[in-house]
Design a protein around this ligand. Structure first.
Ligand code: XIL
Length: 278
C-alpha cells in the first residue's frame, strides 16, 4: 500500500524520489525510499560538476591545485572542442550506467522565462545544435534508455512551455532522439491550477512520455499535491512523478517544508491525502 504501489495500480510506472550518498546513508531515509518510492534520481552526483572535475598537478610551490566545477567547460570557445567534450560526457556516463539507469535528463534548464534559449557556453558556442549533439551521443550509448529534456516553471501554458514545445517539435522532426519532456514542478502553494493544461501541452508533442521530475510544493498543501497527482493520472503520456527528496529537513527548499515526510521521516498530511486518493 505504498505511494509507489498505489500509483502503479493506477497505470503509472512509478512515484519516485531523489537522493545521494548524504541522504541515503541515513537509515531512516533509506527505509522510506524502499518502502514508499519506486524510482531514484541522483540528486547531484551525476551533474557535470560532480563528474567532470579536472585535477591539475602543479610542480613548483603549489603541490596540488584543484580546478573545481565546470569552469574548464565554460571557458571553451571552439565548436569542435566543445562538441567533443559534450560527446565524451554523455557517452561516458550513459555507457557506464547502461541497463541500470532507465531515463536520463539529457538537457536541463535551457530556456529563459520568455521561451528564448538561455545563454550558456553550450548555446553561445553551438546554438541549439548542442541539443542534437547531446541526445545523439546518449542514444548511441544506450539505445533503450529514455532521453529527456527537462525544465522548471512549466506549470501553466506560458511562454516557456511554448518555447520548449516549439524546440522539441523542431528537433523531433529533424530526427533528434528526444523521448520525453520533464516538468520539474518546484511549486508555490496554490500554484497548481494551470498544471494539467501545461502537462497536456507538453504531451501534445511527438515525445512518447512526459513526467513530473522534481516535485516539491511550498508548505505541502494536500490539495496542491492532489492536483499534481491527478494531472499526471489524467495525461496518458505521463509516466510518473518524482518527489524532490524524502524529508523536509534534507530538501533544497528546507525552509518551506515542501515534501511528503517531516524532519523525523514521518508522513505528513499531504502523504495521507495522496494515499487515500489512490
Ligand atoms: C538542486 C539540488 O536539490 C541541491 O542539492 C543542489 O544544491 C542544487 O540543485 N532544478 C534542478 C535540480 O534541475 O538539479 C536542482 O537540484 C533543483 C532545481
Amino acid at each position: 500500500n505504498s505511494l509507489n504501489t498505489k500509483y502503479k495500480a493506477k497505470g503509472k510506472q512509478y512515484w519516485g524520489t531523489c537522493g545521494d550518498q548524504g541522504t541515503l546513508s541515513q537509515s531512516q531515509c533509506a527505509q522510506v525510499v524502499k518502502d514508499d518510492f519506486g524510482a531514484l534520481t541522483p540528486e547531484n552526483s551525476l551533474k557535470w560538476d560532480a563528474t567532470c572535475v579536472v585535477f591539475l598537478y602543479m610542480v613548483s610551490y603549489v603541490p596540488l591545485l584543484m580546478q573545481p566545477g565546470v569552469h574548464w567547460v565554460s571557458s571553451i570557445g571552439d565548436k569542435n572542442t566543445l562538441t567533443t567534450v559534450i560527446q565524451n560526457h554523455a557517452t561516458t556516463l550513459v555507457t557506464r550506467y547502461k541497463g541500470k539507469i532507465a531515463k536520463w535528463d539529457v538537457v536541463n534548464e535551457m530556456f529563459n522565462e520568455d521561451g528564448s534559449v538561455r545563454s550558456s557556453v553550450f548555446s553561445n558556442v553551438l546554438g541549439t545544435t548542442f541539443v542534437d549533439i547531446a541526445f545523439n551521443a546518449a542514444r548511441a550509448a544506450d539505445g533503450s534508455a529514455k532521453l529527456y529534456i527537462n525544465d522548471y516553471n512549466l506549470d501553466s501554458v506560458n511562454s516557456k512551455v511554448n518555447g520548449l514545445v516549439n524546440l522539441v517539435n523542431q528537433k523531433k522532426s529533424a530526427g533528434v532522439p528526444i523521448d520525453g519532456i520533464g516538468s520539474q514542478a518546484h511549486l508555490s502553494a496554490g500554484q497548481t491550477g494551470g498544471f494539467l493544461a501545461a502537462l497536456q501541452k507538453l504531451a501534445s508533442t511527438s515525445v512518447t512520455e512526459v513526467a513530473v521530475t522534481e516535485l516539491d510544493i511550498v508548505n505541502a498543501a494536500s490539495n496542491d499535491y492532489l492536483a499534481i497527482s491527478n494531472a499526471c493520472l489524467q495525461v496518458p503520456k505521463c509516466v510518473g512523478i518524482t518527489s524532490w527528496g524524502v524529508s523536509d529537513k534534507d530538501s533544497w527548499r528546507a525552509s518551506s517544508n515542501p515534501l511528503l515526510f517531516n524532519g523525523s521521516f514521518q508522513p505528513k498530511p499531504a502523504y495521507t491525502a495522496l494515499i487515500n486518493s489512490l
